[in-house]
Design a protein around this ligand. Sequence first.
Ligand code: NDP
Ligand code: ZN
Length: 351
Amino acid sequence: MKGYAMLRIGETGWIEKERPACGPNDAIIKPLAISPCTSDVHTVWEGALGERHNMILGHEGCGVVDEVGSNVKDFKVGDRIMVAAITPDWDSIAAQAGYPMHSGGMLGGWKFSNFKDGVFGEYFHVNDADGNLAFLPDNISPAEACMLSDMVPTGFHGVELADVQFGDVVLVIGIGPVGLMSVAAANLRGASRIIGVGTRPNCIEVAKKYGATDIISYKEGDIADQALELTNGEGVDKVIVAGGGVETFETAVRAVKPGGTIGNVNYLGDGDFVTVPRVEWGVGMGHKTITGGLMPGGRNRLQKLGSLVSSGRLDVSLMLTHKFDGFDHIEEALFLMKDKPRDLIKPVVTL
Ligand code: NDP
Ligand code: ZN
């Protein structure tokens, strides 16, 4: 089969590979749509996972079941399915402990385009099919379903990590597609005010549609200073970090109130340390919680998040700015994600 792969750090191209083998608990999927992610860019051009050779890229997609293993109970050939970017081993100790995303070691639930070939192939493999697939509702298009693989669950997890409550004032640092989904999730959770941080006009417009009440530009001064000014010096209740570098932690700690929580879903690509400002952290006693995590994945979560889209409570189509038709456009879509033209939010390829 044909696939679009990372050949080595900094280099991508089309390759031929064997169709993946289906174990007893697994499924083989023929994709209906795929979407490249900022994480694919980190993987290839920043070597975020270390060296990988001829590994098919991609972890955002949906498709049709082409084969199932003998132990798979709920899915059969021909079913249209969604699948999350993170596909844990649900019988692992880590999953039983409540951290399925770390089954098989830290971040071990992230298998696609990490430990095995990803979804940018004519077929892809899903482990633990009953636990990791979900039926694709008829009124969700394949392109929209791709947003349920990663952008929705990751952005929403940021809001879970930050523990957003009714009436909270929330700062969302970064309003690319992940941050936009944090804005939407904070709004669904009943935030009273949502301050988004970003500069791309398209993202700002869509952030306002998802519920952002204020926008800050990180290019026009310190984020924390601007957030403090907007809140009469009080600070915000919760911060979600979905963009920027390691320096965002310093900003987030300064911007959040005592008792507040910072939830990070951003990939921290540079530097050896994250710095926490001593005084603004209450000299160690400020009750400012810092947390960060990979989204959990799994069928239950996919079904629930999918129901928000199928019921019309969440419109993910606002993020789909660049649409392509046909397998051959995968390369173009990935390079768009790398070059990030200012009108881009998310590219998607329907197959
Ligand atoms: P984008 O690059 O599309 O968006 C990044 C956002 O951060 C933009 O709004 C950008 O603003 C803003 N930004 C850039 N620099 C700064 C800065 N110095 N200070 C504050 N904001 C800044 O990324 P995505 O939304 O696609 O992804 C966000 C992050 O989430 C990535 O690092 C990605 O790897 C990670 N991720 C994590 C996952 C997880 O499971 N934890 C899963 C998927 C992604 P501007 O408008 O100027 O561009
Ligand atoms: Zn992704």
